[in-house]
Structures are given as C-alpha cells and as structure tokens.
Design a protein around this ligand. Structure first.
Ligand SMILES: Cc1cc2nc3c(=O)[nH]c(=O)nc-3n(C[C@H](O)[C@H](O)[C@H](O)COP(=O)(O)O)c2cc1C
Length: 334
C-alpha cells in the first residue's frame, strides 16, 4: 500500500510530499498500530523509553503530529528545530532525493512557525490523555542573523522546558550561517555553561543534549568531548547531516548544497558515535542517528556505543511501518 503512495509521492517535489504527509497525519487517517515490546524498554535520563527507536528532529518542526508519530511505533519523538521568531528558511526547492541510494540532501535553513505556535501545539498535546508520559524531545535553534545566539537558546529553554522531556541544542545544521562555529571549543565552553545555568534556573529540570555534525576533525572531536564532560551535558545526539558527497551518488543530486542524510551517512555517523563513546569513556549517553532503516542498522549504532537511535530519512524510503518493523526485528534478536 505504502509502495503505491510512495511512487506518487516520489513524483512530487520532496517538500510538497512532506507537507501532504503532515496534512494526512493531522487528519488522523492512520490508526494507531503500535505493538508493545517489553524486551525493548530502555531506562535513560530518568525516563522509561518503550523502545529505543525515535523520530529525529526536522520531520515535525512545529510539533503538529506528535501523537500520530507515537502511534506509528516510535518510542520517542523529537520535535523542532524551533527558533524564537517564525522564519521562512532558504528559497525552494531545498530538499532533494537520490532514490537508488536512499539519500536526501536538504538546505531547509530552519523554516518554522516560531516559538508561539510551537508552544501552543506542544501544550495542547501535553493536555491530551496519556501525553504526560510520552517522551518528547524539543530541538532548539537560533534565528538566522541572530548576533547573540545564546540569547535565542536561553529564551527557548525558559519557554519550553515545561513541555519538553529533554532539550536538544542544535548547533550542527549546515544551513544556518555561523551556526556550526558554535562547535568550536572557544565558543562552545561559555555557550554551554550559559545554557546549563539557564536550565538550572527553571522549575522543570530537563536533560540537555547536544547535537553535533559528523564532519568534525579528530582534534575538534577531542576538544568537544573535553568541553561537554566538563560542562555536564546530559547526552549527545550523533549525528546531523554531512557535507560529504560520496562518489557513487547521482551527479546532479550530489552538486546540491546542503546536508546529506540517509544510507550514505550511515557509516560516517556510526564512526563518530564510536569515537565519542571512547573519548567520553562511555560516561555520556549517545543517541545514534544517520541512515538507520532496519534492525541491523540499529545494532551497528548500539555496538558503536549508542543507547537509543533516531531516524528521519528511513521513514521516507521505508514508509510508515519503519519503526514497527525495526522493533519487531530487534525484539526477535534480543
Ligand atoms: C528534510 C530534513 C530536515 C531536517 N531538519 C532538521 C532540523 O530541523 N533539526 C535537526 O536537528 N535536524 C534536522 N535534520 C537532520 C535529521 O534530524 C538527522 O540528524 C539526519 O537526517 C540524519 O538522520 P537520517 O539519515 O535518519 O535522516 C533534517 C533532516 C532532513 C532530511
């Protein structure tokens, strides 16, 4: 059934297809179909995750379809990236597919409806039955052109901690000028200290996770590992999309500017997970992400040191049963 729909969706511009998907999910067209796998439960950050497979940031930027995504079988959902003010992002088209290689390049640039709409949506969700126990990550970013990035992140921590299970500080999108510079040691240290201070001042104490790019050099990774351990960051999300362009990609696709995700990112993100697990001596939990599409991919991320995983591109290519199918496979193998 999805294969037929997918054929039609793949004829459309990728962002139009995504918009249709969100609309369909909002109508409640898809009945809940999740099975429960008691042997896949994971305890982390003070929560009990029903399974270790989460939806990655970027799919539900405005926190509009949290329940439908949980109903698809995801063990947790990360919404955002949200910025304080609404913004349009980069000119369209800005999402591209390489179907044979199960890859996407995007240069969205954080288009989103802004804090007010996001907050109202997530608040509404938290007031629905059973929503209190749902594990929802809130991925926060800065508006384009913000000269004091730390102020945007602090504002979002203040406004959204109440509704978030955990907060993800996104400094690794390749599509917001200057953002990735925050990963530099001299910038990162004071930045994280300020954010954790803001977090500590809130009545709701939430874990703060840092989402990083996979394109960091060994030296940069060593520097960041030192900083996050000193600062007391609760977890790492590895990784965001990559600037890399493996030779085998379609030539037209490959020349698009933006971040590459999906299968061609898989091994690169697994490598950076392994490296950070070693650099932090396993003391900082890692959520592994990049090219996850089946139970074997999850196992590879976990063998490298991840405690949980997330996916986005796998949902586009494998369809709405992806989380269910992965859990089935993991549960059998456990
Ligand atoms: C179209 C698109 C939009 C994305 N938007 C965001 C975003 O807003 N914030 C973020 O942290 N990551 C974003 N990502 C990155 C994903 O969360 C994920 O880190 C990356 O795609 C690798 O995982 P995957 O191979 O399973 O897609 C986006 C990815 C795609 C494909």
């Amino acid at each position: 059934m999805y294969k037929l729909a997918q054929k039609a969706l793949f004829q459309m511009d990728a962002e139009v297809a995504h918009g249709l998907g969100i609309k369909a999910l909002k109508t409640g067209l898809f009945p809940a179909q999740k099975d429960v796998y008691p042997n896949l439960k994971r305890s982390l950050f003070g929560f009990e995750f029903p399974n270790p497979v989460g939806l990655a940031a970027g799919f539900d930027k405005n926190a509009e379809v949290i329940q439908p995504m949980l109903d698809m079988g995801f063990g947790f959902v990360e919404v955002g990236t949200v910025t304080p003010k609404p913004q349009d992002g980069n000119p369209k088209p800005r999402i591209f597919r390489d179907i044979p290689n199960k890859a996407i390049i995007n240069r969205m640039g954080f288009p989103n409806a802004g804090l007010d709409v996001f907050k109202s949506n997530i608040k509404k969700f938290r007031h629905t039955p059973h929503a209190q126990e749902a594990i929802i990550g809130v991925n926060i970013g800065m508006n384009k052109g913000q000269s004091e990035p730390v102020e945007d992140y602090k504002l979002l921590i203040r406004e959204l901690s109440e509704f978030a299970s955990y907060l993800t500080v996104n400094i690794s999108s390749p599509n917001t000028p200057g953002l990735r510079d925050l990963q530099k040691k001299e910038n990162l240290e004071p930045f994280l200290q300020a954010l954790l201070k803001e977090r500590d001042a809130q009545p709701y104490h939430r874990p703060v996770l840092l989402k990083l790019a996979p394109d960091l050099t060994q030296q940069e990774q060593e520097d960041i590992a030192g900083v996050v351990m000193n600062a007391g960051i609760d977890g790492l999300i590895l990784s965001n999309t990559t600037f890399a362009r493996p030779d085998y990609l379609d030539a037209h696709f490959s020349k698009e500017i933006g971040g590459l995700s999906g299968q061609p990112l898989k091994d690169k993100s697994t490598d950076i997970i392994r490296n950070f697990a070693q650099l932090t001596k396993g003391n900082i939990p890692i959520i592994g992400i990049g090219g996850v599409a089946n139970a074997m991919d999850v196992k590879a991320k976990m063998d490298a040191g991840a405690s949980l995983v997330q996916l986005y591109t796998g949902l586009v290519y494998e369809g709405p049963n992806v989380a269910q199918n992965i859990c089935k496979g993991l549960s059998k193998a456990a």
